[in-house]
Design a protein around this ligand. Structure first.
Ligand code: ADP
Ligand code: MG
Ligand code: MG
Length: 863
């Protein structure tokens, strides 16, 4: 028989699947002897069962009754008029989803016992503050009453009476607010607030279960690739009160700085406050160190807890705490979300502190988060000259972003869909804004601190964010924002520096990122651990330099098509295309060769003695001819041809299915002189470098092979050409494996090839029969209908394409163990795909330069 509810003392850290992250960690902290209020966790299995049946089962109800009785015993309090038990009802899935699910505090209060609470504590203000919060949260979570139905009244009331902070509102006024909130229930949902504590509890539990499927939660899960079917647990926990006066408070702290990684306690708190006051950004909180002067003993106790937790979990912790009458309670701990920069520093520091091994440290940094580190930053000089709009904001999530000001999430989404770059400027954000945040380049808020919703979510997304710009005055109605020196309207351009918290007027120039010593150290470790090597796909000088900067071990793909573009070259290429005989073609190619030799020399000089794969021309010829009538006329003039003749040739080149047409090696079967020219340009350059003492490693790759003869014929052409040239450089000849047939005859091909490189883009296209250029029209439908779990152009389809690759690799290595096998194309840089490639006898992956560090890490994590 399964058990659906666990008291905190019955659970432990390892039970995350069942108890969710929050519940498992509450249990674990209780086992560690930390001050955690009593409670129990209703399991994710109960949630899944609830969502299937549409109600709580009898078993769950019976266990709930049992656990409540036990909680009564432990706390000495009950859901009765005499002894007030108040609880929180908190959701918590296996994977933390900040701000996504909902929490209800002070559950158990009603019209009657709120007065009792007032009398018992001798503090009517406190009692009614708890009650109005319950009314508000319960209404929102359980009855889905919109937040503003409560907030607008609450805020207007405060304004009217001149109260600055919530804590200023006296008891009578809070009581009046409660009365009004109860009316809101009748107006919005036509039913009263349930007075019976048990009824409140049951409804709250069901609401949390249901909230698993709300839009915000689904979007967050999709964004973070969290499965939809794991469900959430519910934690029911005795309340402790941070809002019971100036000796109480609530706060959030990270054991290290989540933005920079600095090993220093980092947090915020508010006195006389409850629950999410700190995170919601309604009042701007105090820094955690200040607590040392306000309540030194509590501060010390808290610091001790933070050390204990970090030592126990071997990771930076994000801790929620509450102080009730100078007594500390810990309400949550989890591995803290952090920027890539912080992740890197923390990982390196923890290895140096002896807390983590290198392998453990490597496993703790997400490979996709490395992208963040490679983001450009604002140019220092340009910054000095830029007009500052605000410089008091907090650097909540690093990055450098420029875009148009928008004031609502809906507008952000709409503008982004229209192709604009936008910056979302809000007083604060809430979970409803999530889609708008995704659509924005950066987020700026005027309220809230480093742990506000905006900050936490932005860091999770790797998105630039600045919070707490309290010198900005936003008027969301008229869509303007006043800053000390002027005013901005919707659509005005601003630049946001997430590393300093500064906001600038207009667009500021950016420069490429510099790497910290930690980054270099960390990346060196990944290379020690990884088996798969990482090369880059690059052909421009800038990209090649970047890829080597990121420690690629060579070039896995030089695409030579660009060597045919550029005004002068295009003329020669077009002469080649319209030529009517071999001699004319060779004459045109001879001109092209002059340019290309120079290109190859640059590429090989940068690559030096590292292996470099050059792919011979791949695209169909029609990509080089003009399209528009005007252009056709001009080109005809250039080539000394009649327009009609050129048009006829263009028509001949047209194909119904260009991707399946006259391209790749097929071009060279018809026009071997094309590849001869490329090989000559390349090998003479390499020879020149050899004469200078640089021993390049050229690897010549023939694309789109699907039969043996295609390869052997062209190989013969190339070898003949090279032998004519008196080249003394060693070289390799291989093929790109990108047709299903090539995979199936890989054993034969391997006998003739020095190397293989899987071209996953074409291989995916040809195996599925999905046109890469048209699949966008239906891939999303396929994913929504669960026909495809992933887009196979972005992540390897292990079952199909993966199997083909496996067959090919096994065949090839069995006939020629020394054959070098790589993967180029998009999937070569995708962490999940890399994990699979690592299981095969593949030697390296190759990806665009900026994906190289992420790929190196993914390779190290694949062990
Ligand atoms: P989230 O998942 O959004 O962090 P939590 O369940 O942690 O939601 O609840 C939010 C906040 O509510 C907590 O940080 C804490 O301040 C407050 N809270 C939750 N349970 C209790 C409790 N039993 N006593 C006092 N405060 C609580
Ligand atoms: Mg929350
Ligand atoms: Mg929490």
């Amino acid at each position: 028989m399964s058990k659906f509810i666990y008291a905190f003392e019955e659970g432990q850290q390892s039970m995350k699947d069942l108890l969710g992250g929050k519940g498992a960690n509450l249990s674990e902290m209780m086992r560690l002897g930390l001050p955690v209020p009593n409670g129990f966790t209703i399991t994710t299995e109960a949630c899944i069962q609830y969502l299937q049946n549409g109600g709580l089962s009898d078993e769950v109800k019976a266990e709930l009754e049992e656990q409540l009785q036990a909680l009564y015993k432990k706390t000495g309090k009950e859901f009765s008029a005499d002894s007030l038990l108040l609880v929180s009802v908190r959701s918590g899935a296996k994977i933390s989803m900040p701000g996504m699910m909902d929490t209800i505090l002070n559950l158990g209060l009603n019209d009657e016992n709120v007065e009792k609470l007032a009398n018992n504590t001798n503090d009517a203000r406190f009692a009614y503050d708890c009650y109005r919060r319950l009314l508000q949260m319960f209404g929102q979570v359980v009855y889905e009453i919109p937040m503003h139905a409560f907030e607008s009244y609450f805020n207007d009331f405060k304004k009217q009476k001149g109260y600055v902070s919530d804590a200023d509102i006296p008891a009578e006024d809070l009581q009046q607010i409660c009365e009004r909130f109860k009316e809101v229930y009748m107006e919005e949902v036509y039913k009263p607030f349930p007075q019976e504590p048990l009824e409140q509890l049951n409804e709250a539990i069901e609401a949390v279960f249901k909230s698993w499927n709300n839009d915000r939660a689904r979007i967050y899960r999709e964004l973070n690739e969290i499965p939809h079917d794991i469900g959430t647990a519910v934690n029911v926990q005795e309340m402790v009160f941070g809002n019971s006066g100036e000796k109480s408070g609530t706060g959030v702290a990270f054991t290290r700085n989540p933005s920079t990684g600095e090993n220093k306690l980092y947090g915020e708190y508010l006195l006389n406050a409850q629950g999410e006051d700190v995170v919601a950004g309604i009042r701007t909180p105090k820094e955690i160190e200040t607590l040392n002067t306000q309540m030194p003993a509590v501060y010390q106790a808290f610091v001790d807890v933070t050390h204990k937790l970090e030592e126990h979990y071997h990771d930076m912790q994000d801790i929620e705490f509450t102080i009730e009458d100078e007594k500390l309670f810990i309400l949550q701990t989890r591995n803290g979300k952090r920027t890539a920069k912080a992740a890197m520093k923390i990982a390196v520091d923890m290895v140096e502190e002896g807390v983590l091994s290198k392998e453990e440290a490597i496993s703790k940094v997400e490979s996709k988060s490395i992208d963040q580190l490679l983001h450009p930053a604002f140019d220092a000089k340009a910054l000095e000259e830029a007009e500052v709009i605000s410089h008091i904001g907090l650097p909540a999530s690093p990055g450098a972003a420029t875009g148009q000001v928008v004031f609502s999430a809906a507008e952000a989404k709409a503008q982004a869909e229209a192709g604009e770059k936008v910056i979302l400027v809000r007083p604060e954000t809430s979970p409803e804004d999530i889609e708008g945040m995704i659509a924005s380049e950066a987020i700026v808020t005027t309220h809230g601190g480093m742990t506000s919703h905006a900050a936490v979510v932005a860091r999770g997304m790797g998105k630039c964010c600045v919070t707490g710009c309290s010198d900005l005055d936003i008027d969301t109605k008229n869509k303007t924002v006043k800053f000390p020196g002027g005013e901005l309207a919707e659509g005005d351009i601003i630049s946001v520096d997430g590393s300093t918290g500064h906001i600038y007027h207009g667009e500021v120039q950016t420069t490429n990122a510099e790497h910290s010593a930690e980054f270099e150290q960390f990346m060196t470790w990944t290379d020690e651990v990884a088996r798969l090597k990482v090369r880059m796909n690059a052909e421009t000088e800038q990209d090649i330099a970047a890829g080597y900067e990121f420690a690629a071990v060579g070039i896995g793909l030089v695409r030579t098509e660009h060597m045919f573009f550029g005004e002068e070259r295009l003329i020669q290429m077009r002469r080649f295309i319209i030529a009517s005989n071999h001699e004319e073609r060779v004459a045109a190619l001879d001109e092209l060769k002059k340019y290309q030799a120079g290109d190859f020399e640059k590429i090989f000089r940068l690559s030096g003695e590292r292996p470099t794969i050059v792919r011979l021309l791949d695209p169909p010829l029609h990509e080089f001819v003009p399209r528009e009538r005007e252009e056709v006329e001009a080109v005809a003039g250039q080539l000394g041809l009649s327009v009609e003749k050129l048009e006829r040739r263009i028509l001949e080149l047209q194909e119904v299915n260009p991707m399946l047409g006259h391209r790749g090696c097929r071009l060279a079967i018809t026009y071997p002189e094309l590849y001869e020219m490329q090989v000559e340009a390349m090998m003479t350059s390499v020879q020149k470098l050899k004469d200078e003492g640089i021993n390049c490693q050229p690897e010549i790759m023939i694309p789109l092979v699907s039969t043996m003869k295609e390869f052997t014929n062209l190989k013969a052409v190339i070898e003949r050409k090279i032998s004519e040239l008196n080249i003394t450089v060693d070289y390799k000849i291989g093929t790109m494996i990108e047709t299903p047939r090539a995979c199936l005859i890989a054993g034969d091909l391997a006998q003739e090839c020095d190397f293989f490189s899987f071209g996953t883009n074409d291989l995916t296209q040809l195996t599925y029969g999905f046109s890469r250029d048209d699949a966008g029209k239906f891939i999303n439908d396929y994913m929504n209908d669960d026909i495809l779990a992933i887009d196979p152009f972005q992540t390897l389809d292990v079952d199909g394409i993966g199997r083909l690759i496996k067959i090919a690799v096994e065949q090839a290595k069995s006939v020629k163990p020394e054959i070098k096998i790589g993967v180029c194309g998009e999937l070569g840089g995708d962490p999940k795909s890399i994990k699979y490639f690592n299981t095969l006898a593949i030697d390296y992956v190759s990806c665009s330069p900026y994906r190289v560090p992420g790929a190196r890490l993914a390779a190290a994590q694949s062990k």
